[in-house]
Design a protein around this ligand. Structure first.
Ligand SMILES: [Zn+2]
Length: 327
């Protein structure tokens, strides 16, 4: 086993990357960070049991983790697609792509987005010898260290390591939010027992749970849009603000597009006792031109499939009384 680990440690430290110094800065040791970010994202998914089999799907969740690493280290305003490393990692020798049946990809032709990647490839497998090493914590952490130490300078390494911890904990937290709601829908205090949960973990875990439950759809206006990278238009909103409620349960959440999120927080939109959209008369005042918003008035909101996860009328009532504007 040791010989195998050494072998893969060496391969992880010698990934083929773009080393154009005009493109890549000291933050990534003057190399393209795509492959390290992809491998780190996969290690996090394995560590949190989101991936349990030696078959890695190019999922939007994985792309989100990849994007999280990217925005952490890379300059603001830049973006990288997970599709590049997912495809090009094949040159490492330990990564084997599995094509979509009946949809051949002309090798070498650029795949510029996760959407296209998913069109051509079902996923990829690691070497059969490598996957068990990724599942076993001790060897996985050594491989993670090799990635971090090879591709990031000392100043950046702690941030990358911390992100790995956040990613793993956020998935655990998301699980906790979803499973507890299912089994004990009235157990409201369970999360208060963990005041030490880091804000980033909470935010990320809550967001993952809510976006998944609402399938990327805005509860109020129904809009659903994803970019080819899988970035979603919806955000996870608290019905009773976190500051007051310390309540991340799905019953205190709504997936909302940016316009609806802002309008809901400002009290211009609300949800009624029959789960209908409420539009405050304040939107019709002064110089406002609310456009399609008024047509939503009285329409049913979009809710998760299981009623266990529907927004709680107790929380909505607090919003109606304290935040929703009557005038
Ligand atoms: Zn909306």
């Amino acid at each position: 086993m040791c010989g195998k680990l050494d072998y893969y440690l060496q391969l992880f430290s010698a990934l083929r990357t773009d080393r154009n110094r005009n493109r890549w800065s000291a933050e990534t040791c003057f190399q393209a960070p795509h492959k390290p970010f992809l491998l780190l994202s996969i290690l996090d998914a394995i560590a949190s049991s989101a991936i349990t089999k030696n078959f890695i799907e190019p999922s939007f969740e994985l792309a989100e983790t990849f994007a999280g690493y990217w925005s952490l280290v890379m300059p603001l305003g830049t973006s990288g697609s997970m599709s590049y490393p997912f495809y090009h990692l094949e040159s490492s020798g330990f990564w084997h792509l599995v094509s979509q049946p009946g949809n051949p990809h002309e090798r070498g032709r650029t795949i510029g987005s996760v959407k296209l990647l998913r069109k051509y490839y079902l996923g990829a497998r690691f070497d059969d010898d490598l996957f068990p090493l990724l599942v076993m914590e001790t060897s996985r952490e050594r491989l993670r260290s090799a990635l971090i130490e090879t591709y990031f300078p000392p100043a950046v390494r702690p941030v990358v390591s911390e992100q790995a911890v956040i990613n793993r904990s956020a998935v655990t937290y998301e699980h906790e939010l979803l499973t507890t709601a299912e089994q004990k829908p009235h157990y409201d205090t369970v999360f208060d027992q963990k005041p030490d949960i880091d804000k980033k973990v909470r935010d990320q875990g809550f967001r993952k749970a809510i976006v998944k439950l609402y399938e990327h759809r805005c509860a109020l206006c129904g809009i659903r849009m994803l970019t080819p990278e899988g970035h979603t238009i919806v955000e996870a909103a608290h019905i009773v603000p976190w500051n007051e409620s310390h309540d991340d349960k799905p019953q205190n959440g709504l997936a909302l597009c940016r316009l609806c999120h802002w309008s809901f927080d400002k009290g211009l939109m609300g949800v009624g006792q029959e789960y209908e959209v409420l539009i405050s008369s304040a939107v019709r005042q002064d110089n406002n031109f609310p456009g399609h918003m008024e047509t939503l008035s009285g329409r049913g909101i979009f809710k998760p499939c299981s009623s266990n996860y529907w927004p709680g009328q107790d929380r909505l009532d607090v919003h109606r009384k304290k935040i929703f504007r009557k005038t």
